[in-house]
Design a protein around this ligand. Structure first.
Ligand code: PLZ
Length: 438
């Protein structure tokens, strides 16, 4: 275990002098298109702490956007990657394969929802895996249209930009976008007041009249939306869409890039409503920070693709596969699904004690939780409030991320390795941020 002390410490102004100097170097040499949430440079991270170059220790409520779910530099991951890097770093699975890739695919067949025959293909990023899920669905159905939802986030590559809803910062000026992507209304209980069945009828009605089931290869949805605001659809919405897809020969794709891999207290968020997706997309938490993503799904869909039709130089890199196997062992041996549920209880109890009409909703599941902030009375999204709470948290050494179509949501994605003490301290600081901005 890393000896990084598990306490918050703000010993300089943030950013401290070393981070400030590195920010200047960044400005001189790194594309400004690549932003940073906080202007501090990391040196070490473990448990619930990220240490910066000035010796500050920040409490981590972001996990590098839901990636270091088992903790950064989790002991089993470190050991597995160190052992692998000394053996071989790369052969390319498409040239001379290796066992760990197959073992990850085996584990994914066991861990993803449903007990049907499954196959997996491994890639590097969430976006790349989403693109490949679409390729598979098109190949299997012989159709081309793809339906996605309001508030969706699926990536930054050309096809996934088209699938992502929010224009700024993700799409602005980057078109033209891929064709045959259609958007349907999401279930957003706070804002539409619809039951799951009603919201599903609305979405399906629009798909049938504007796309046509016979043209539709895939419906792609995040079971709990990530960047779009941690929107949890009303109960019954996902099962109704999955049923409709089954009836109409449409491939139901769950983008579990952010909600998957133990984050929500089950291995995949689809499980909560017993939804069995045809294809499941994993990334982020799957390999503890090493770049790895996967599409796992029904054998007959995966086998519709011609041999050689899928791949990529690095997909399922041996270091990333070693890390993924260690992540899975860590989740299972350390009871981390249960830990995610404990974190939910702790966070919800903390906000239950906050009586503030600017908090419209506390929502999410497991260690994927958020508060949506509004102007009291009107319910208008209050992005400025979210921004100032995050700024307050940052100044106190708490890594806090925002999200949402309107930028008015504060999200909590702590590593499951965080202690109750650190989590409580960080939440107190976020809540204090509400007071500061009153
Ligand atoms: N699908 C559901 O959440 C990535 C993006 C941050 P990549 N989310 C964080 C940013 O600003 O780039 C994500 C996701 C869902 C797909 C993706 C894309 O995964 O690994 O970033 O390509």
């Amino acid at each position: 275990m890393s000896d990084l002390e598990q306490t918050r410490l703000v010993r300089t102004e943030l950013p401290g002098p070393r981070s400030a100097a590195l920010m200047l170097r960044k400005q001189a040499f790194v594309s400004p298109g690549v932003g940073t949430t906080m202007p501090v440079f990391a040196t070490r991270a473990a448990g619930g702490i990220v240490e910066d170059v000035d010796g500050n220790r920040l409490i981590d409520l972001g996990s590098g956007i839901a990636v270091t779910t088992v903790g950064s530099s989790a002991p089993r991951v470190v050991a597995a990657v160190q052992a692998q890097v000394a053996e071989f770093t790369h052969t390319c699975f498409m040239i001379t394969p290796y066992e760990s890739y197959v073992a990850v695919a085996e584990a994914l067949a066991r861990l993803t929802p449903g007990d049907h025959e499954k196959r997996s293909a491994l890639f590097n990023s969430g976006s790349e895996a989403v693109e490949n899920a679409v390729k598979m669905a098109r190949s299997y159905t012989g159709r081309s249209a793809v339906v996605v939802f309001d508030h969706a986030y699926h990536g930054r590559t050309n096809l996934t930009m088209a699938m992502t809803a929010k224009v700024a910062p993700y799409k602005h000026g980057f078109g033209p976008f891929a064709a045959e992507v259609y958007r349907a209304p999401m279930s957003y209980p706070l804002r539409d007041g619809l039951s799951g069945a009603e919201a599903a009828r609305r979405a399906i009605g629009q798909i049938e009249t504007q796309v046509g089931a016979g043209n539709l290869a895939a419906l792609v949805i995040e079971p709990i939306q990530g960047e779009g605001g941690f929107v949890v659809p009303a109960e019954g919405f996902l099962p109704a869409l999955a049923d409709w897809c089954r009836t109409n020969g449409v491939v139901f794709v769950a983008d579990e890039v952010q909600s998957g891999f133990g984050r929500t207290g089950t291995m995949f968020a689809s499980e909560t409503e017993d939804v069995v997706p045809d294809l499941v997309v994993s990334a982020k938490g799957i390999a503890g920070g090493l770049p790895l993503s996967a599409v796992t799904g029904r054998a007959e869909i995966m086998e519709a693709v011609h041999p050689g039709g899928l791949g990529g130089t690095y997909g399922g890199n041996p270091l990333a596969c070693a890390a993924a196997l260690a992540v899975i062992e860590t989740i299972e041996s350390d009871g981390l699904l249960e830990r995610a549920r404990q974190i939910e209880t702790l966070v919800r109890e903390r906000f239950a004690r906050v009586d503030d009409p600017r908090i419209a909703e506390v929502r999410g599941r497991g260690a994927m939780l958020a508060v949506e902030l509004v102007q009291p009375g009107t319910g208008e999204p209050d992005a400025a409030l979210a921004k100032s709470i995050a700024a307050h948290a940052h100044s106190q050494g708490v890594i806090t991320l925002t999200c949402g179509t309107w930028g008015n949501v504060i999200r909590f994605l702590p590593p499951l390795s965080i202690s109750d003490e650190l989590l409580t301290e960080a939440l107190d600081i976020v809540v204090a941020g509400l007071e500061v901005t009153r």
